[in-house]
Ligand binder design. Structure first.
Ligand SMILES: C[S@@+](CC[C@H](N)C(=O)[O-])C[C@H]1O[C@@H](n2cnc3c(N)ncnc32)[C@H](O)[C@@H]1O
Length: 334
């Protein structure tokens, strides 16, 4: 049989790891920003970026091959495409996920552990860090600075169906369990002036949330507690929100977390479980992104019935289910 060289070359191109890492290295070194004022030699660029000239030159040549740079008379310059890599001083730009010096950029590298997800069902982060993403990020160097940049980020996808939920409109106190850096709490307290909130998250996220609340003048009405949400939660609030949290956990852990909320909510509190599933929107148009969500979360697309079954196991009843766009909200009570 004659070897199919063209076919083999196509497969190797599909499997290439060098090009994705070249783009990330270029972004991390901010090469486009250095070249923005004019063309430079490899030695100039090495001096400006504090890098080793020989490997840098090979990187630059590959970036020329990719159409991001052009070369002439010993100098390198930006192409129109390469100009798009300029990052400027934006606090949180589109390339943060490519910057290998950031927590976000490093977590993106977990894609190389896709096999771990497919073999074990655990998120790729377990393959890379031996733990879940959040515990890793919470303890990682650079996290507090990375989270500062995130404080400008508003609450997530199709959030209105959660913000406008009748249970929240009636509430005086809410606990946002796994509230991250506080975007949802800020949006809720802005919308409902009588409401006060406690956010629960791992210490570095809670610390960033506290900064957000202080900057927004909400610190009198919003507290941020750094604790494990599997430990006892502050009891007696009107509403406990779990937004985009359960997707990270297997069924056993999700039931434990729901039971923990049920214990704190007692007979009178309500629990709102809100999950975001992008799968329906993306399944046919972007299989890569759909796979990515599957890789990084434990279960990115539980249906309302799936969540109701977990709630029943935790001794909770479903009072109402709402769905809008990519978001579902289940109202639960004991
Ligand atoms: C996907 S984020 C959801 C953030 C937010 N609720 C939202 O709607 O965008 C999951 C959050 O759960 C937090 N988390 C994960 N494990 C935790 C734990 N054991 N204890 C407390 N928070 C935890 C993470 O730090 C993260 O902020």
């Amino acid at each position: 049989m004659t070897p199919d060289f063209a076919g083999h070359a196509r497969i190797m191109a599909l499997a290439d790891l060098v090009t994705p890492m070249s783009v990330r290295t270029a972004v991390t070194l901010r090469l486009a920003d250095h070249l923005d004022a004019g063309d430079l030699t490899a030695d100039d660029l090495a001096a400006r970026t504090g890098t080793a000239p020989r490997p840098l030159r090979k990187l630059l040549d590959h970036l020329v091959h990719l159409g991001l740079l052009r070369a002439g008379e010993g100098r390198y310059g930006l192409t129109d495409l390469g100009r798009l890599l300029r990052r400027g001083d934006a606090p949180m730009g589109p390339f943060d996920q490519l910057d290998l010096d950031t927590v976000l950029g490093r977590t993106e590298l977990s894609a190389v552990h896709l096999l771990h997800k497919v073999r074990t069902g655990q998120s790729v982060y377990h393959g890379m860090y031996g733990t879940d993403l959040w515990s890793h990020v919470d303890g990682a160097q650079g996290t507090p600075d990375a989270l500062k940049a995130q404080l400008a980020v508003p609450a997530g996808f199709d959030i209105d169906v959660l913000l406008a939920h009748p249970v929240l409109a009636r509430a005086r106190t809410v606990v946002d369990v796994g509230g991250n850096t506080g975007a949802l709490v800020e949006a809720l307290l802005t919308r409902y002036p009588e409401l006060s909130a406690t956010l629960i998250d791992l210490p570095s996220f809670a610390g960033a949330a506290a900064q957000r609340f202080a900057a927004a003048g909400l610190d009198g009405r919003a507290a941020a507690l750094g604790q494990d949400f599997f430990e006892p939660l502050p009891p007696g609030a009107d509403v406990y929100v779990l937004s985009a949290v359960l997707a990270d956990w297997d069924d056993d852990a999700a039931v434990r977390l729901l039971r923990n909320c049920a214990l704190a909510a007692g007979d009178t509190g309500r629990i709102l479980v809100s999950e975001v599933s992008l799968t329906e929107r993306l399944r046919h148009v972007d299989t890569g992104m759909t796979l990515w969500f599957e890789a990084v979360m434990h279960h990115p697309d539980r249906s309302p019935d799936d969540i109701a079954a977990l709630a029943a196991e935790a001794g909770l009843k479903v009072a109402a289910v709402e769905q809008a766009g990519t978001r579902i909200v289940l109202e639960l009570h004991g």
